[in-house]
Design a protein around this ligand. Structure first.
Ligand code: ZN
Length: 280
């Protein structure tokens, strides 16, 4: 890997120029080390996730592009949605579970999708300018991003695929560290279906960028990079969990080693029919 181009924007945000027109906007000082992504086309730009909102992210975005910016959320958890209201142009995937959150023209995230009470975050009601269907290609001018449904971590989770650049923005579906499938709304059977669907269609040399990072051994904070092998290991691991061939390393929550970079956490509600079929 060539040395990443990282610079601090201020004392909170770090910016990594990952590829032409693709920037990671990281929050290394936040305990969950969130990474948001700005994709800049010839005509428009898209911000995928807006962070926990502990600091205004709009000046960071404005420093990187003068094109009109649309914000899109990977899912509604508080650590990805904090600055959503600070942008004028907002989009969400056209999913029934999200449409059901709209009352009198504004979207209010329910606690079971937002979990803001965990860190005293309050949802700011917003109107949604675009409801983009799954499979929609977001045309930014000279590049496009496809919306792929990747439920598992949460029912409304999406990823974005840049087929031209062979880059998947996987948000909380796949990142470095412990994958959260132990929380309400997470579901291992969906996790497996989503992982299998991605494994079928992504090329061998795809770069997968997740939404939570870890520093390199030298302490450098970089956008979390995963690869096709990590996705294959996730499929293998989930099948082994399903088939009862991988006992958890620990319990409450159940902890499964997927590979040296990935752990999967699960709770009693995560397994669905997998458990009852095993008679457990
Ligand atoms: Zn999440």
């Amino acid at each position: 890997m060539t040395k990443p181009h990282i610079r601090w924007f201020d004392d909170w945000y770090a910016i990594e120029a990952i590829a032409p027109g693709l920037f990671g906007i990281g929050e290394p000082k936040y305990h969950q080390v969130n990474w948001n992504y700005l994709i800049v086309g010839q005509e428009r730009a898209l911000l995928f996730d807006t962070g926990p909102g502990l600091r205004d992210i709009t000046p960071v975005v404005a420093s990187l592009t003068d094109r009109p910016v649309t914000t899109l959320l990977s899912h509604l958890h508080f650590d990805h949605t904090g600055n959503f209201h600070r942008f004028a142009d907002r989009a969400l995937p056209d999913l029934a579970i999200l449409r059901a959150c709209v009352r009198d023209g504004v979207l209010v995230a329910p606690e079971e999708l937002f979990f803001g009470s965990l860190e005293d975050m309050v949802w700011v009601p917003v109107d949604i300018g675009h409801w983009w269907p799954i499979g929609h290609r977001i045309d930014l001018g000279g590049r496009s991003l496809e919306i792929i449904a990747t439920p598992g971590h949460s029912p409304e989770s999406i990823s974005l695929y840049d087929a031209g650049g062979k880059i998947l923005l996987a948000a909380d579906f796949l990142y470095l560290g412990s994958l959260y499938a132990q929380i309400p709304g997470a579901f291992l059977p969906d996790y497996l279906l989503s992982a299998e669907a991605l494994a079928r269609r992504l090329p061998e040399d795809v770069l997968i960028l997740g939404a939570h990072g870890k520093p390199l051994p030298d302490g450098t904070q970089v956008a979390p990079r995963l690869f096709r092998g990590d996705l294959a290991d996730l499929v293998t691991g989930l099948k082994a969990i399903r088939d009862g061939n991988m006992p958890p390393m620990g319990q409450n929550p159940d902890r499964y080693w997927i590979n040296g970079r990935l752990m999967l956490l699960a709770g009693p509600e995560s397994y669905g029919s997998w458990r009852s079929e095993q008679g457990g």
